[in-house]
Design a protein around this ligand. Structure first.
Ligand SMILES: Nc1nc2c(c(=O)[nH]1)N[C@H]1C(S)=C(S)[C@@H](COP(=O)(O)OP(=O)(O)OC[C@H]3O[C@@H](n4cnc5c(N)ncnc54)[C@H](O)[C@@H]3O)O[C@H]1N2
Ligand code: MOO
Ligand code: MG
Length: 698
């Protein structure tokens, strides 16, 4: 078979188009066709077959490409980036390509690179064969446009690669760790780099402005004859990633960290989540945060019912609060210009003035007249400032009050002009954002909304979370405790943690280590819930079917995390027909289930509830260690602690005693978790450590 025939051209058009305002990039007009149209035209002569990998507007792509081109959506949903696109390519190839086994090859090209070289396939193929590599990818020499004197550097373009289709199992294993960057996976393969002279051929178009600018050139390019001719390949190596959006937007690494409690500290090595390379906590947090999204549905509820719910839309203040300038004190409203001049005399009485009381202003009953020079008004806290007045003398600061309360004497320097006056709108300004969407409504927020005269608010619907315990050894309350059995405590801890978060809970009970029962429970949970929390069965036990069934029903990664407790964790999406739910498979040990919940499930559930990233992040504080603490570097440890004021009044923390992950009493005794960072070693008494206080967390 001629090399070109063994190659399936795979146009990566499944991105979100984030940098272009979320438009479907491939369908953006460019010259005489669309961006994907150019890529198609340039790839077609180079390959045996061609397919477009798109996640939106599949019909339009089909119309653009014609009937001989397959249009294929990602196998895993959620716009997971080019590596998911590549997985789809390899799956597609195993089912549809004429070539199979060693000879089947996929050539990827992003839909936003309309100037790709006409000899891309030929040169990558020559290098792949010459080096007996898994992948051949394009490299260019680039110079820094900001610094003409800087040395040129090698730029790898992983989205322009020729890859063996039989690498599907390796790719799937890699994806199962949650990793999504093309370059990351390529580091595990043998890669041949091919240096192309024409760096401009790999330009990708990221903005509408660039699209317009390149239009004339693009039109010319499609009609130009295609040059061919392989050049020599260079060996394997590493380099920087391509600037293509397809790659940049793909990796979960592009998502900002979610947070506290991660504590990887300096020197956290990148792990992929297996036994030998446990995944650092912050990486797992990022992987999870990159996938979950808030539920879309909202509801409008009365103010009291909104407590602990998540605000769905900004609350814009319909009024100024306070609505009018008013007094902060009971006393005398006056004109600042009438105050005695501090400089006017050495004798304390020298600068005193006496003002005539012209009337009285109550909260809710304003003084209607105008205050003239030399006058003041007796005023109560909250009463509107009388016209002409800008300052209030608290009554206890008056030097003297006339016998009929008809005058008040003020000494020099007692108050400054403008004192004790509250301005209209100083709390909340008319038209301003009083509360922003994503706020978890607390008592102060209810009060603030009420101060605006607003009786109802729009909140996200409650999150529905199903949960169950797994394990044949578990007994429900009320059952006799047979030999070798334990009462199911995790379901009660989970109930408490979920209820505190304000979730609608669906308790699916204890599920035996039986594939049929586990599958039924997961399918039910998928249909009824947004998220599923299970405990147990995520480690390696011989009797555990949990992992197999989770994997069967969804795209679930089983990680080993660099943390203790809570080392094993399953996370992913399980589906039943159209229904799907995010699954958090927490470890069975009773402390591990809680730590994993607070660390991973809680922030993700809060994000799904619509809370802002900041609200979802647990708060870490510092406290002094009262005693030494043993700690092994290379994993984050979550020890149970009791924090209290030390001899100097500053927070001081001691451990609760035995820290085994089965010792639930360590959690009940604790009022905080001591978070010992990934890189940290033993802690000496007196060292400062991070703590996660339970108040606010649980
Ligand atoms: N060979 C290895 N063994 C284990 C590893 C490992 O990495 N390699 N990890 C250990 C760690 S760490 C944990 S944590 C556990 C997690 O195991 P599973 O998630 O598979 O949980 P189970 O085996 O089902 O149960 C563990 C433990 O917890 C008790 N349990 C479970 N559910 C409940 C419940 N609802 N209420 C009360 N107690 C429960 C269960 O009886 C076990 O004692 O794996 C280690 N092993
Ligand atoms: O997660 Mo396990 O609890 O570390 O013992
Ligand atoms: Mg187990």
């Amino acid at each position: 078979m001629a090399p070109a025939n063994a190659i399936t051209g795979w146009i990566l058009a499944g991105g979100r188009g984030t940098r272009m305002g979320r438009v479907d990039k491939g369908l953006q007009p460019l010259g005489d066709t669309t961006m994907a149209g150019h890529v198609l035209a340039r790839l077609r002569p180079q390959v045996g077959a061609i397919a477009i990998n798109a996640n939106r507007n599949l019909t339009q792509y089909q119309a653009l490409a014609g009937p001989d081109v397959a249009v294929v959506a990602d196998h895993i949903g959620g716009f997971e980036g080019p590596l998911a696109g590549l997985q789809t390519a390899l799956l597609y190839c195993s089912a549809h390509c004429t070539a199979q086994g060693d000879t089947a090859l996929v050539l990827t090209a992003p839909c936003d690179s309309p100037f790709l070289p006409p000899d891309l396939a030929a040169r990558l193929h020559a290098a792949l064969v010459a080096n007996d590599a898994d992948v051949a990818l394009a490299v260019t020499m680039e110079t820094d446009p900001e610094n003409a004197n800087a040395a040129p550097y090698r730029q790898r373009h992983p989205v322009f690669s020729l890859i063996r289709a039989n690498l599907l199992p390796q790719l799937e294993a890699w994806l199962a760790t949650g990793a999504r960057r093309m370059e990351g996976w390529y580091h595990t393969l043998s890669v041949a780099e091919v240096l192309f002279d024409d760096a401009a051929a790999f330009r990708n178009i990221n903005t509408l402005e660039e699209l317009q600018r390149h239009a004339p050139e693009a039109t010319a390019a499609t009609s130009a004859p295609m040059a061919t001719g392989p050049k020599s390949a260079t060996g394997t190596g590493t380099g920087a990633g391509s600037g293509s959006e397809a790659e940049a937007g793909a990796g979960v690494g592009a998502v900002t960290a979610t947070g506290a409690g991660a504590g990887t500290g300096a020197g956290a090595a990148a792990g992929n989540g297996d036994d030998n390379n446990p995944l650092p906590v912050d990486q797992a947090l990022r992987l999870i945060a990159a996938r979950v999204a808030p539920v879309a549905e909202t509801e409008t509820v009365g103010l009291c019912a909104a407590l602990d719910r998540v605000l769905a839309t900004d609350i814009i203040s319909p009024i100024n609060v306070p609505a009018y300038d008013n007094s902060a004190m009971d006393g005398y409203a006056l004109r600042g210009a009438d105050l005695p001049n501090v400089e006017s005399g050495a004798h304390p009485d020298a600068g005193a003035v006496t003002l005539t009381v012209a009337g009285i202003a109550y909260a809710g009953r304003a003084f209607a007249g105008k205050v003239e020079q030399g006058q003041c008004v007796r005023i109560m806290t909250g009463a509107a400032m009388p016209a002409g007045c800008d300052s209030v003398l608290p009554q206890e600061l008056a030097a003297a009050i006339g016998s009929d309360s008809d005058s008040v004497t003020i000494a020099a320097g007692v108050i400054a002009p403008g004192a004790n006056r509250r301005f209209a709108g100083e709390d909340l300004a008319l038209g301003g954002v009083a509360l922003a969407a994503g706020k978890v409504l607390r008592p102060a927020d209810l009060g603030l909304v009420a101060s605006l005269g607003i009786a109802e608010v729009t909140v996200r619907r409650r999150l529905r979370v199903a949960f169950f315990s797994t394990g044949d050894e578990l007994r429900a309350l009320g059952q006799p405790l047979d030999d070798g059995c334990v009462y199911d405590s995790n379901r009660y801890t989970l109930f408490g943690m979920l209820a505190r978060l304000g979730c609608e809970v669906i308790d699916l009970g204890i599920v035996r280590d039986d594939p049929v029962a586990l599958e039924a429970a997961l399918r039910t949970a998928c249909r009824d819930a947004d998220a599923i929390i299970t405990s147990g069965g995520v480690s390696e036990g011989a009797a555990d079917y949990t992992r197999d069934i989770m994997a069967l029903l969804g795209d679930v990664a089983f990680w080993k995390l660099a943390m203790r407790p809570g080392r094993p964790l399953a996370f992913g999406k399980v589906s039943d027909g159209d229904a799907s739910a995010w699954l958090f498979g927490l470890p069975g040990n009773p402390v591990a289930v809680m730590v994993s919940f607070y660390l991973f499930a809680r922030p993700a559930l809060l994000r799904m509830m619509g809370a802002t990233a900041v609200a979802a992040r647990p708060l870490l504080l510092r406290a002094r260690a009262a005693t030494a603490m043993r700690k092994r570097p290379g994993r984050t440890e979550y020890q149970r602690g009791i924090v209290a004021p030390g001899p100097d009044g500053a927070p001081q923390v001691r451990l609760t005693g035995a820290q085994g992950s089965g010792i639930l009493s360590s959690m009940t005794a604790a009022n905080c978790i001591v978070v010992l960072a990934h890189g940290q070693g033993n802690v000496a008494a007196g060292d400062m450590v991070d703590i996660l206080p339970f108040d606010g967390l649980i």
